[in-house]
Design a protein around this ligand. Structure first.
Ligand code: SF4
Length: 376
């Protein structure tokens, strides 16, 4: 700014105006404007402009998360079980302590991380696509599928549970803040948990264009749950031999709850049926009778499975690429493959600035510029 007139003009400084000290930026970011949530408001005002220009359809949203490397060296890492060193101090450490109970950071999982970065303990030691592990935060984007405008952005720790929570927070914020009520949400398997699908279908009436997260497939050649048909009317499964599997056939002295603490119900075949069945070696070779677990949210999972067979779902698969392309642009063109700032607030600031820049770029491309004012 001392040397470049264009920078002076951009900052509205005259030729002899004094240039602020370089530390003003960090002082403003960490102190003066922290409480005002300035960058969030900047992002929202640009989004509002996109909505006003008719660039946001609001019919379909896509959600995804991408790992962004943190500004933390893996050479100084310490074992996670030991926790941050007692002498670790600084703003990033204070922010780490402040988010320990936040479900998007410290409370996202009870699993102890393998390593901790003393310089930025809120980062997570993780790996993408079986590559080498590194310290990272997750950038979460909620994108409108019409023009790939970013409708919301959130920074979380790099773990699936936190990313699912971020998706919920972003959908709720877009409903409350901008009255955007999407008919469908597109996402990958990470968002296909029973609880998330139930939240979308039964609490918000949003169609899940999401593959169901399902670990029921058997790799050993025995029948998987797909081989059993659920009969809604009679509330039972019908096995390949045509027998019924019902909830609880045993009688206990003290009645036990039908739903366990993970929200699962058990449907059991009769021991007599299985004992006399010629299909038993393909069904339950090591158990007296077959049992099938069913989530209390299975209705929402069934709806997601039905949607996955439609033509609209195939279109959604292509639309999901829009959010992936935004992450590729974020890393390759905006060069945000590694954060410059530390702590959850640093990640949040950088992700908001980047998402704002990406939306401004879309505005510049899609909205025709006003004709120049006639001279004189
Ligand atoms: S083993 Fe039992 S559950 Fe399996 S197919 Fe035979 S009767 Fe049905």
């Amino acid at each position: 700014m001392h040397l470049n007139l264009a920078y002076r003009w951009f900052c509205r400084l005259g030729l002899d105006g004094s240039v602020p000290d370089h530390s003003t930026f960090s002082k403003n970011r960490h102190g003066r404007f922290r409480e005002s949530d300035l960058l969030r408001r900047l992002f929202e005002s640009v989004l509002q402009r996109c909505i006003d220009e008719g660039l946001v359809g609001g019919e379909g949203f896509a959600v995804d998360a991408s790992l962004i490397q943190a500004d933390a060296s893996d050479r100084t890492r310490v074992p996670g079980a030991a926790g941050p060193p007692a002498d670790a101090a600084g703003r990033a450490v204070e922010e780490y302590l402040a988010v320990l109970d936040d479900a998007a950071f410290g409370a996202a999982t009870e699993v102890t991380p393998k390593f901790i970065a003393p310089a930025d303990p809120a980062t997570r030691w993780t790996a993408a696509h079986r590559g080498p592990a590194f310290f990272a935060y997750s950038a979460n984007y909620l994108v409108d599928t019409d023009n790939a405008i970013i409708v919301d952005v959130e920074a979380t720790t790099a773990i699936r549970q936190a990313e699912v929570l971020a998706a919920k927070r972003m959908v709720e914020r877009s409903l409350e803040g901008f009255d955007l009520y999407p008919a469908k949400l597109i996402g990958d398997t990470a968002y296909g948990t029973a609880e998330m699908l139930n939240w979308l279908v039964n609490e918000h009436g949003i169609e899940p264009h999401i593959p169901v997260f399902d670990k029921s497939q058997h790799a050993d050649g025995t029948f998987s749950r797909d081989d059993f048909a659920y009969d809604h009317k009679r509330d039972c499964y019908i096995c390949p031999a045509g027998k019924q599997l019902r909830q609880r056939q045993k009688i206990y002295r003290l009645p036990r709850p039908l739903v366990d603490r993970n929200g699962m119900m058990r449907y059991r075949a009769s021991k007599l049926d299985c004992h006399n069945c010629s299909l038993k070696p393909q069904c339950c070779p090591n158990a007296p009778a077959r049992k099938i677990p069913r989530s209390i949210h299975e209705g929402a999972r069934d709806l997601a499975r039905d949607i996955a067979k439609t033509e609209a779902y195939r279109t959604s698969r292509c639309q999901r690429k829009k959010v992936e392309m935004l992450f590729a642009h974020l890393k390759r063109i905006l060069r945000l493959d590694r954060l410059r700032l530390r702590g959850p607030n640093g990640a949040r600031d950088e992700f908001h600035l980047a998402a704002t820049a990406q939306n401004l770029r879309k505005l510049a491309i899609l909205v025709p510029a006003a004709p120049p004012m006639p001279a004189g």
